[in-house]
Design a protein around this ligand. Structure first.
Ligand SMILES: [Zn+2]
Length: 184
């Protein structure tokens, strides 16, 4: 049996994108944190097949968990492209558990990867807001700014070649100095 986290080891709280589930105690890697539960829908029943909400968790081609019930606190867990938990899907038992794949510290938001289908349908159109994607976007923006600055500098060089030539010499000197120190 895997280690099972007590229901006191997490709480619903405010996240960047609304609500999320946060650890209140250390949760060790491999621990079963919470069950994702709700009514089981059978795709062979037309009325079930018509149910549509963001919290449907497909177990396989036939069975789906409707996680939109309020008691299902696991529905507050947000997606991350670089998560600290994963979904342990058991179609035969028709159960899903969320399990820690890293050690989680108190205060950390608990995340798992919702998978490609969900990502394409819901996250890609609006842009994924997970920490990993935000970091990537920040980096890209910084690179774009640096590139723009370079282009600007190049343009300035064309206008005033003398001043930039001076700068270059200075840079060369500074560089030599650093290399010298590193050797010593
Ligand atoms: Zn992401």
């Amino acid at each position: 049996m895997p280690a099972i986290a007590s229901s006191k080891s997490y709480r619903v709280g405010r996240s960047k994108t609304g609500l999320g589930l946060f650890a209140t105690m250390p949760i060790k890697k491999g621990t079963r944190i919470i069950r994702y539960f709700g009514p089981i829908l059978d795709s062979k029943i037309p009325a079930h097949d018509e149910i549509e909400n963001k919290y449907l968790f497909e177990l396989n081609g036939r069975w789906t968990i409707d996680g939109s019930v309020r008691k299902n606190l696991a529905r507050y867990i947000n997606h991350s492209c670089r998560p600290n938990a994963e979904s342990d899907v058991r179609p035969r038992e028709r159960k899903v558990f969320i399990r820690a794949i890293r050690n989680i510290e108190p205060g950390d938001e608990i995340n798992y990867d919702y998978g490609t289908d969900y990502f394409k349908a819901y996250l890609k159109p609006i842009g994924c807001k997970c920490e990993s994607c935000e970091k990537k976007r920040k980096k890209l923006r910084a690179e774009a700014r640096a590139e723009a600055a370079k282009v600007k500098a190049r343009a300035a060089k064309k206008v005033a070649p003398k001043s930039t030539a001076k700068k270059k010499k200075l840079n060369g000197k500074r560089f030599a100095g650093k290399a010298g120190r590193a050797k010593a």
